[in-house]
Write a protein of this length. Structure first.
Length: 287
């Protein structure tokens, strides 16, 4: 048989993407299952997204991830969007189906698996407060509502964006216990909260010393504090929560689990979970 030197391509489109370690875990997985695939970090400014998707098509890429700021804007350039991604209103993963590009969202599913598996919490019946109303927040909110939380309060600086996201989910998910509150000044997390989530990018590299303007002093000591920021894994928010004795869930959890779902969407193969977790932990210096 003649040698085949053609590598299949996947990657991430975002701005910035230099700090995104997803490729480390995906390429470790490709090696583990014997695939000649490459994962590229591709920096794309907002005004270049349409051209970038044209490039994805022209290069025959097998799939792509979307990160800040493209998760919502990419919708207009795809051939189709899965039902749950349409409800969420954001896409973080694109898979190829023949010549068509199909938008999916694995963020919320990855987050929910982290809550259940890594943090040991069943979200059903829980009272949740989430700060942020971007693409990740939309995905997480959708999955939490479908999982049966009893109350989901979205807190966001931009009233238009936060209230708009909440209304969208109220209109698309029956009997949604979701509500909105403007984030003005320091937000004091209520005592009755079971799960508090930072779904913003506050604390993401290179702004590693940044912490959301929140006050945890009234919260119960057993409240789970989760952060979607994965670099660094221990953000100032999680550090502050840990010092209060609260359980925490870092962004690596969601990153690994959503990546596993994407791996299977692209390759049709079961993702090697242990290999992916180990590669990501080593890349970020987590012991």
């Amino acid at each position: 048989m003649p040698a085949n030197y053609k590598a299949e391509l996947v990657g991430v489109l975002g701005y910035p993407v230099a700090e995104n370690p997803t490729g480390v875990m995906q390429e470790a997985a490709f090696r583990e299952v014997g695939l000649n695939w490459r994962y590229l970090n591709i920096e794309v400014k907002p005004d270049g997204l349409a051209d970038a998707i044209t490039g994805v098509r022209a290069f025959g890429m097998q799939g792509i991830n979307l990160t800040i700021p493209h998760k919502v804007a990419v919708l207009q350039y795809l051939d189709n969007v899965s039902g749950d991604a349409a409800v969420i209103g954001a896409v973080n993963t694109v898979r190829r189906e023949g010549d068509r590009l199909i938008g999916e969202n694995t963020d919320g599913k990855g987050f929910l698996r982290g809550v259940r598996v890594d943090a040991g919490m069943d979200p059903s019946g829980k009272r949740v407060v989430m700060i942020g109303a971007g693409g990740a927040a939309r995905a997480i909110a959708t999955e939490l509502l479908l999982a049966g939380v009893s109350d989901l309060l979205v807190v966001n600086r931009s009233v238009e964006r936060g209230a708009g996201m909440v209304k969208h989910l109220q209109d698309n998910i029956a009997r949604s216990p979701i509500r909105f509150e403007p984030w003005q000044g320091t937000y004091r997390v209520p005592e009755e909260t079971d799960l508090f989530i930072n779904a913003t990018s506050i604390g993401l590299y290179p702004d590693v010393d940044a912490m959301p303007d929140v006050d945890l002093s009234a919260a119960r000591q057993d409240m789970l504090v989760a952060d979607v920021v994965f670099n660094p894994p221990i953000t100032p928010l999680l550090d502050a929560a840990s010092k209060r004795g609260m359980p925490v869930l870092d962004g690596l959890s969601m990153l690994v689990y959503q990546g596993m779902i994407g791996f299977t969407m692209w390759t049709g193969l079961e993702a090697p979970e242990a290999v992916m977790k180990d590669a990501l932990a080593k890349a970020l210096g987590v012991k």
